[in-house]
Design a binder for this molecule. Structure first.
Ligand code: SAH
Length: 462
């Protein structure tokens, strides 16, 4: 076998990035856009010792799990790696991804662990409350919003991304027609010229408020009045703003934002807690599944009202505020100063007083609190929740968690591989996994959110 050879194979599995995996002569081949159950013809593009990559030429016999993707651009865009796979099978894929990581990377024996079926959505489309459309020139040089075509600098227009809300379409139509009418130049990533880089749209599912923020490569927005007139006609619009980012990088938002019209924020609710969200605030993107996720965190935390709880990596304090209603005291830790400020503001907004937020690294704050201060028993935590970014927790933090000995640890993770690595450490130091729950927060993509409940090894299992 060599590069450019054509092969035929049955796809038996799907890899971490959603590629189909099949075998030819004992070699595993990864084939993008092929689905489990497909029989395909493909061309070898790269060969390694025991595996290779092949480009899909033809699906000769489609998988029984193939469905008609809603988005005609889904293969080109690449944002929804699983859109052609039936939703049921997507959930199965995610559940298995979690299980395999825990077994292979975590070395965990899952007998005796309750693995609950993944929580999916009744309607796994139009779930995102936030869209960030890149703006550029299409192949004819007109202002367009969408994604860059592979290996080019021209924008493939996306008229209606079906993960986002229907309101996005009208907002983008008005922004783009305003740009064309007044000759406002789209950003050009090659030269760093042009003005409008991105359009951020946020929609609050409960209050139905809309935010539109234009990210600019420049300090002033010409013809702002005309833009505002057009956007203000859209129902629910509550904030029109700009954020200035003149750096030539792939960061989307600038460091600050400025309101052009309306309030400085939109408001939304998660459960019975209200949040003010400004253009730069972090906020969960799938509000429906966030409630399911936080509900599960509460269930695993088993709070009765007497507990001291830590919420590490707390962001704007969403999980902290959720738990504060059921605990004696909650401490949140977050490294981004603006997020800590938002967390404090949200606590005040909801009149929640039994929560305190610390700005800093979880791996520094928790050890210094427990190992230098020696707090009394009344401050000993019963529950520690961690919700780290993809890279997971530092070992020094895990080590402190082991030494502090809370009754329960709830680990919320957006990357099953680093989750498994961290669980391996915790389980090697006296903790045991009790429950595992995958939640489908990013439907149609390969990403999965997992919640794990750990507690101390029972004496008979040592
Ligand atoms: N629990 C929150 C946010 C989770 S995202 C929610 O559900 O909304 C992870 C958060 O961890 C981000 O806000 C990020 O800024 C923060 N973070 C990253 N590294 C950190 C560290 N070492 N210590 C504390 N927070 C950190």
């Amino acid at each position: 076998m060599k590069k450019n050879d054509e092969i035929e194979l049955l796809i038996e599995d799907m890899g971490a990035d959603g590629s189909g995996v099949g075998r030819v002569d004992g070699m595993a081949f990864f084939v993008k856009d092929a689905l489990v159950g497909d029989r395909v013809r493909a061309k070898i593009v790269k060969l390694k010792k025991t595996y290779g990559f092949a480009r899909l030429l033809e699906v000769t016999q489609p998988s029984a799990y193939r469905v008609e993707p809603r988005c005609p651009l889904h293969r080109k865009c690449g944002g929804c790696q699983l859109q052609a796979l039936s939703y049921e099978k997507q959930l199965e894929y995610k559940e298995r991804k979690v299980r395999e990581n825990l077994e292979r990377i975590g070395g965990l024996d899952l007998d005796g662990v309750t693995i609950e079926p993944a929580i999916g959505m009744a309607e796994p489309y139009r779930y995102r409350n936030k869209a960030q459309f890149p703006v550029g020139a299409d192949k004819d040089g007109n202002a367009a919003a969408g994604f860059y075509a592979a290996r080019t600098h021209s924008m493939v227009p996306v008229d209606d991304c079906c993960l986002g809300v229907v309101q996005n379409k009208e907002v983008m139509r008005r922004v783009l027609s305003w740009m064309r009418q007044y000759g406002i130049a789209p950003y050009d990533e090659r030269t760093g010229s042009g003005l409008v880089r991105h359009v951020l749209i946020r929609y609050a599912f409960r209050t139905k408020q809309l935010m539109v923020c234009l990210v600019l490569n420049g300090k002033k927005l010409p013809q702002a009045d005309a833009l505002i007139r057009g956007l203000a006609e859209i129902a629910g619009i509550a904030n029109i703003s700009i954020s200035i980012n003149q750096q030539q990088n792939n960061v989307i938002m600038g460091d600050t934002s400025q309101t052009l019209w309306g309030q400085d924020y939109i408001e939304d609710w998660i459960g019975d807690i209200k949040f003010q969200i400004s253009p730069l605030s972090f906020y969960q993107v799938n509000p429906i599944q966030t409630e399911a996720l936080y509900g599960k965190v509460l269930e695993y935390a088993q709070l009765s009202g007497t507990e001291v709880v830590w919420d590490l990596y707390c962001g704007i304090g969403t999980i902290s505020l959720f738990m504060a209603q059921r605990a004696k005291q909650v401490y949140g830790v977050e490294v981004v100063p603006q997020a800590v400020a938002d967390a404090k503001r949200n606590a005040a907004l909801n009149h929640i007083a039994n929560v305190e937020f610390f700005e800093g690294r979880a791996e520094e704050i928790l050890p210094s609190y427990y190992e230098s201060n020696h707090p009394d028993d009344a401050q000993h935590p019963q529950v520690i929740v961690v919700d780290p970014p993809r890279k997971g927790c530092q070992q020094s933090l895990l080590d402190t968690i082991v030494r502090v000995q809370p009754q329960r640890v709830v680990y919320v993770s957006c990357d099953p591989a680093t989750l498994a690595r961290d669980l391996k450490y915790l389980c090697g130091h006296g903790l045991e996994v009790r429950n595992v729950q995958a939640v489908d927060v990013f439907c149609q993509t390969v990403h999965v959110e997992t919640i794990v409940l750990l507690s101390h090894k029972s004496p008979d299992s040592v």
